[in-house]
Design a protein around this ligand. Structure first.
Ligand SMILES: *Cc1c(COP(=O)(O)O)cnc(C)c1O
Length: 492
């Protein structure tokens, strides 16, 4: 193994030759530009290495991680599907990559046209006519959507309605967004089949209900089979229906939320529409709304007139901006490429996403307990409660052992309503061979749990780092370089 980059440091070695700033600009001194208290007293203690060593260092670090380009990544609720390189090629086209939002509209026609077309595609896919691309994440879409609902209720003279009913099987961002929007969360129970308990819904719906906010498919990976009736009941008391459609993978081209009664929803371009994610962004969580909510959508809006595109902020009832300019345009360009490449074939995305999850469900169900044994959508949730009771091996152990087998771990301990949950989302872009080898790994781990549980409990055994104290790593991260304890904290 090559030495760590700090051990490779040799005094005076350098990757590039930067001209001496003092000599290049003798009339400007650093002290004139920066207050003295911000200037370093001593040079930074950086390794002195050549360019190739530097490239190798960062490439090696990148390979220590699991990524969608190197490993199967069945992280539930995250849709880690393949990011087609075609999308990247289009988004890095200089005519799109190098534009600036302050250019005049005449020189931005192509970019505006793409954004406008993505709006029209999302309207068609969702069955909801009004679209705003601004929100930079699913959670921000939720906030924007809830604010449009609030503005609409105010305009109806019902601004006092403040309750939002949220099923237990909702994504955690749903109640958080309600809190942000100053709305009160009322939890709804799940019935024995995982769907909303209709008696509980009837008991809690009333004239104070602003909205019902439902994740569909739910975080149990299930399509809410009463969704149409639920929407009718909410509308009957004057409330609106928000659907969290971050994972629209299971629905594309098969069914449309607008058709089954949803008033507003968001979707995540950085999940369903294959734009890359992880590491915190950038993302895009556009919202789609019904006719009645269009006047309240954020501004500016893209307007098309006789083939010319412009931005308009002429919307007196708008909730205003939720983000700078039009949002993360790079994500919008990639989503455009993705949607155009599939065309009507988008339906196949959904069919394969659902088929893959159900294939795993059926193949694993002889050994593992499926939380809700019915046809699932794009993901399947297992409960490892029985395995834990029989062997002492828990969900975290199984997830860590999967790393030894070369698979990124699924989502664990979520959804909260399933004990020892393991939430697997294979996505449509994996081959049958990959799915089979993942099944084989899980079956092997199941055997190991019974025969040599210590092997599973001590995993990962083959990676560079063993099991970490994740809480400590998050709360007290050691960000200093490896092998160099801080002077004040010996042994850190
Ligand atoms: C990922 C996800 C979100 C949140 O999306 P962000 O872009 O991370 O804010 C919300 N709801 C569901 C169901 C999700 O899967």
């Amino acid at each position: 193994m090559l030495p760590l980059i700090f051990d490779q440091s040799r005094s005076g070695r350098t990757a590039i030759d930067i001209p001496d700033a003092d000599k290049a600009f003798p009339e400007i001194s650093l002290e004139d530009c920066l207050p003295a208290k911000l200037l370093r007293q001593e040079p930074a203690d950086l390794p002195e290495v050549d360019e190739l060593s530097c490239v190798r260092h960062f490439t090696r670090l990148s390979q220590r991680n699991f990524s969608i380009d190197t490993h199967f990544y069945p992280l539930g609720s995250c849709t880690m599907k393949y990011n087609p390189r075609f999308n990247e090629a289009l988004a890095s086209w200089p005519q799109l990559f190098d534009i600036h939002p302050y250019q005049d509209e005449a020189s931005l026609q192509g970019a505006l046209q793409i954004a406008w077309e993505v709006e029209r595609y999302l309207a068609e896919i969702s069955g909801l006519p009004g679209v705003c691309l601004q929100p930079a994440a699913g959670a921000q879409g939720e906030l924007a959507g809830l604010l449009t609902i609030k503005a609409c209720l105010r305009s109806r003279g019902q601004g006092a309605r403040g309750k939002v009913l949220i099923p237990e099987s909702a994504h955690g961002t749903n109640p958080a967004s309600c809190a942000f929007a100053d709305l009160q969360v009322v939890p709804l129970k799940a019935g024995p089949d995982g769907d909303v308990d209709m008696a509980d819904l009837d008991a809690k719906l009333d004239e104070q209900t602003a909205a019902l906010m439902i994740t569909n498919p739910s975080t149990l990976g299930l399509f809410e089979k009463n969704i149409q009736l639920i929407c009718q009941k909410v509308h009957a008391v004057g409330g609106m229906v928000y659907m969290d459609g971050a994972n629209l993978n299971a629905m594309l081209g098969v069914t449309r939320p607008g058709d089954f009664g949803v008033d507003v929803m968001h979707t995540n371009l950085h999940k369903t529409f294959s734009t890359p994610h992880g590491g915190g962004g950038p993302g895009a969580g556009p919202i789609m709304v019904c006719e009645e909510l269009i006047p309240f959508l954020p501004v500016p809006r893209i307007v098309q007139r006789e083939g010319r595109y412009s931005l308009s902020s002429d919307a007196p009832d708008s909730i205003g901006r939720v983000r700078g300019f039009l949002g993360n345009m790079g994500m919008v360009f990639r989503a455009w490429a993705y949607i155009r490449a599939y065309g009507r074939g988008l339906r196949k995305v959904a069919e394969h996403a659902v088929l893959h999850a159900n294939y795993l469900r059926v193949r694993l169900s002889g050994h593992y307990d499926v939380a809700f044994p019915r046809i699932c959508q794009h993901e399947v949730v297992l409960s490892l409660k029985r395995l834990k009771k029989e062997t002492g091996v828990n969900t975290l152990d199984v997830a860590k052992r999967l790393l030894d087998y070369g698979f990124h771990a699924p989502t664990i301990y979520f959804p909260l309503v399933v004990p020892e949950a393991l939430m697997i989302e294979p996505t449509e872009t994996e081959s049958l061979e990959t799915l089979d080898s993942f099944v084989e790994a899980l079956l092997a781990i199941h055997r190991e749990a019974h025969e040599q549980p210590e092997l599973v409990r001590s995993a990962p055994n083959s990676l560079r780092l063993r099991r970490l104290d994740e809480v400590k790593a998050a709360r007290k991260p050691v960000t200093r370089r490896f092998g160099c304890p801080a002077k004040s904290e010996p042994g850190t």
